[in-house]
Design a protein around this ligand. Structure first.
Ligand code: IPM
Ligand code: MN
Length: 356
């Protein structure tokens, strides 16, 4: 979209603390929109566990069509203690990722000033990389089934699906991103070619082929297990990582704790095509025990709002939020852990607005 168009944002607060953090993300977005003269409109949607328990439906009829009229979705959290695992994840989060073909899951891993990392001797200069996770295939595709379910001979199959189109478009986007990021211009493919000799052979070949179009980007390869080791030992080695959906899920939790944990880590589910609807979210869950207590950290959601603006072409506004976040983590907040911030959820939002 062009920066002069009215940006349409759908807000899905979701479960638990999701609505509280989404409100802070929108508070900061609204403040920066005023300062930067960005025109936007937003609408709240009450999708999530409570609605599901009351009505039996997760996304009501017509919801996808309506959401498709928005440029972006800001999602708080998905996960309700009274709903069995997988129901809301599949019915809401994964459904939106798949239906809107958000084939990039972008996860910046940046240690903000003043934020504690469990890595001894590493600081903000060492922990600053990005994971580009494929977001529509792999074991997430939902292919599989049971045989003889519930008997002693039961068989369960969970198939990892990889397509040439799926991996190639993600890899190409990661190369473009690495070039545009313009830091070390170093892209590492993370996979498991020594064991997954079909699926990850496809990824390996696509990576080699696309690399030829980007002679200015240095390429590397890590097996996923080794990547976990290197990420802890030498996080400064990484600039951009591109990886499969399942491995990307796992390594971005590891990466998330390096940058200060779930209160800080944000992600974007991006459909890069013109007219695509993308979705931005904090990486943490719904943290039911903190619901309504004002203890949850909204920084991740505020970061997600900045990613939303950047994706919509408002780079300056996004950078302004990022700088304000750094001021608040660096000079105000005592900790990034829930209940230990020294401020309530909404006070942290106010501090970021003040720092804008
Ligand atoms: C994430 C989450 C989701 C995933 C869950 C909630 C389905 O862990 O965004 O990383 O596995 O992708
Ligand atoms: Mn995850």
């Amino acid at each position: 979209m062009s920066p002069n168009d009215i940006l349409r944002i759908a807000v899905i607060g979701g479960d638990g603390t999701g609505p509280e953090v989404a409100a802070e993300g929108m508070k900061v977005l609204d403040a920066v929109a005023r300062l930067e003269g960005i025109r936007y409109e937003s609408k709240d949607f009450d999708f999530g566990g409570d609605r599901y328990l009351a009505t039996g439906e997760i996304l009501p009829k017509g919801a996808l069509e309506e959401l498709a009229t928005f440029n972006a979705i800001l999602l708080g959290a998905v996960g309700h203690p009274d709903v069995p695992p997988g129901v809301l994840e599949k019915g809401l989060l994964l459904e939106l990722r798949f239906k809107f073909d958000q084939y990039i899951n972008l996860r910046p891993v940046k240690l903000f000033p003043g934020v504690e990392t469990p890595l001894a001797g590493k600081g903000p200069d060492d922990i600053d990389f990005v994971v580009v996770r494929e977001n529509t295939e792999d074991m997430y595709a939902g292919a599989g089934g049971f045989l003889k379910k519930g008997t002693p001979d039961e068989v369960a199959m969970q198939t990892a699906v990889y397509t040439r189109k799926g991996c190639e478009r993600c890899i190409r986007w990661a190369f473009d991103y690495t070039r545009k990021r313009n830091k070390k211009k170093h892209l590492t493919l993370v996979a498991k070619t020594n064991v997954l000799t079909y699926g990850h052979d496809l990824w390996w070949r696509a990576f080699q082929d696309v690399a030829k179009e980007y002679p200015d980007v240095a390429t590397d390869y890590n097996h996923v297990d080794a990547c976990c080791m290197w990420m802890v030992k030498n996080p400064e080695f990484y600039d951009v990582i591109v990886t499969t959906n399942m491995f990307g899920d796992i390594i971005t939790d590891l990466a998330g704790i390096l940058q200060g944990g779930m209160g800080v880590a944000a992600g974007g589910n991006i459909n890069p095509e013109p007219g695509g609807t993308s979705m931005f979210e904090p990486m943490g869950g719904s943290a039911p025990k903190y619901t309504g207590t004002g203890k949850i950290n909204p920084i991740a959601t505020i970061s997600a709002a900045a990613m939303l603006l950047e994706h919509a072409g408002h780079e300056r506004a996004a950078a302004r939020i990022a700088r304000a976040i750094e001021t608040v983590t660096g000079t105000k907040m005592k900790s990034q852990a829930a209940g230990k911030m020294g401020y309530t959820t909404s006070e942290v939002g106010d501090l970021v607005v003040g720092a804008l």
